[in-house]
Design a protein around this ligand. Structure first.
Ligand SMILES: [Zn+2]
Length: 485
């Protein structure tokens, strides 16, 4: 359905009739007047609905997992410019299925603040410029062009300008002079030049300002946000202040662009190294080559891990990278490992997905693989796979029945008594003082596998490593799994 609509749009674009250059200004002015954008300095809107976690699907063929947005409020100051979003999220998949910090027990508060200054990345600013009124402001300030299209028998004007990331931003303006849709493309390490759409419907007049009561955002062709708006306050007294603490997603993130990634490392055992400074990776010294477990986050992080692995284990190539699962935060460095010449070891359900996504264009932010294309090689597994050179042994086991991901695997080093896992147990900042009131079903599933295979380990290496870089001992996992006290 979604795919058909995209195909229809592409066809429509092909037959678009370009309008004269001055028409863009006329169309923008007409829509701005009709929508009340000329006098709109701020807006605050509140609603409820759903959000969907990009790249966190339970399998490569499933849509992004759903969360309930019990309340969602966004304030925008078009003049600063700045925006702040606050929402309360509830678990939306029952039973829990997929990633994105599932399971949410109770309510989860999230907020996001963007205050635009000279260094604010364009993609962050899009939360302002993709709103209907924000689009008109941005289009008026830049050299926009216009064309007409016929969509479903209706004539629409398409106003376009080029964003700071060199991608087109297209706004679809109806005969009623309202912005029905804004689309652009943003770089995603997995999906490349990813389509980002915001669709606006059910416009209402609120004090002379027209605002949509229905907002849907899609990334990669599937929804990431689906809101029904219940309250709109044009020109509200909006105060948007920089957050006091450290922002960003929980569980760490890629270092800011241009900033060198620090990679503190720890020798876990002879020839086995933990690389920190982001998501954890483990480098293992085989006789003729290096095996790296996990290539996460970004090209910057993957490059830092590769450099550190080669420093720790000199004069050997990285032959294999083990991928725990396809979630984007765990697979965003894989392309860099392919460029390095490493074979990807992953569950067999991921191979067709990676073959498809690796072929997608990466023109907005070309990475190493885009600069020097290379065919990826894979070694796949289902239940179990052993990597060995006769001496060194890494056992890979699927966490069968995991709700987190259908192809989730753990690495077990029997001699070194290490268990390396992703997203089955994400330890808290400090060790828990008491057993959890409710055991995460993902952790319970890991315990089932540990029991079934009688895995004998002393230390857990969570890919989402705790910020204090402590050694996570087996007892901490047992407690989280409801076995200890
Ligand atoms: Zn995950």
């Amino acid at each position: 359905m979604v795919r058909n609509r995209i195909a229809a749009l592409i066809v429509a674009t092909a037959f678009a009739v370009p309008a004269a250059a001055q028409d863009a200004k006329t169309i923008i002015a007409g829509a701005s007047k009709a929508m009340g954008a000329d006098t709109l300095k701020t807006i605050e809107y509140t609603g409820s609905g759903f959000d969907f976690a990009l790249g966190q699907a339970p399998s490569p063929t499933a849509p992004w997992p759903k969360f309930i947005d019990k309340t969602y409020t966004r304030a925008v100051n078009f003049e600063t410019p700045a925006t702040r979003m606050d929402r309360i999220r509830l678990q939306g998949e029952n039973p829990p299925h997929g990633g994105g910090q599932q399971p949410i027990i109770g309510e989860q508060r999230q907020n996001q603040t963007v205050i635009v200054n000279a260094t604010t990345p364009w993609v962050q600013q899009l939360e302002i410029w993709m709103t209907p009124h924000g689009f008109l402001r941005a289009a008026a300030a830049r050299s926009a062009t216009a064309a007409t299209q016929t969509l479903g028998g209706r004539k629409v004007n398409v106003v376009s300008f080029t964003g700071d990331n060199k991608a087109k931003v297209n706004g679809y303006i109806s005969e009623q002079n309202v912005v029905e849709k804004v689309e652009t493309w943003i770089d995603n390490p997995v999906l490349g030049d990813m389509l980002f759409e915001a669709v606006y419907a059910d416009y209402k007049d609120v004090g002379g300002v027209k605002f949509p009561m229905k907002i849907v955002q899609r990334q990669g062709g599937v929804p990431i946000l689906d809101l029904t708006i219940t309250d709109v306050k044009p020109n509200a007294a909006v105060t948007i202040q920089a957050p006091a603490g450290r922002g960003g997603a929980p569980g760490g993130g890629a270092p800011p662009a241009g900033q060198a990634a620090a990679t503190p490392s720890e020798k876990l055992a002879d020839g086995v190294y933990l690389i920190l400074g982001g998501y954890a990776s483990v480098a293992v010294d085989f006789r003729d080559y290096i095996v790296v477990i996990e290539g996460p986050q970004s090209e910057a992080r993957a490059s830092a891990v590769i450099a550190e692995a080669k420093r720790l284990i000199p004069n050997k190539p990285i032959r294999y990278v083990v991928n725990t699962h396809h979630h984007f935060d765990h697979s965003s460095g894989l392309r860099t490992f392919v460029a390095e010449g490493a074979t990807i070891v992953t569950h067999e359900i991921n191979k067709p997905y990676y073959e498809k996504t690796f072929a997608m264009p990466h023109t907005l932010n070309p990475d190493k693989l885009a600069a020097a294309p290379k065919k990826a090689s894979f070694e796949t597994m289902t239940g179990k796979k052993v990597l060995t050179d006769g001496n060194r042994v890494i056992e890979l086991h699927q966490l069968q029945g995991s709700g987190h991901n259908d192809g989730l695997i753990v690495a077990y080093l029997p001699k070194e008594k290490l268990l390396i896992e992703a997203d089955a147990f994400n330890p808290p900042a400090q060790p828990a003082a008491a057993p959890p009131a409710q055991v995460s079903p993902y952790t319970a599933n890991l315990m089932t596998t540990v029991d079934r295979l009688k895995l004998d380990f002393e230390r857990v290496i969570p890919i989402h490593y705790p910020a204090d870089n402590r050694a996570v001992l087996k007892a901490e996992l047992l407690r989280a799994g409801g076995r200890g006290n």
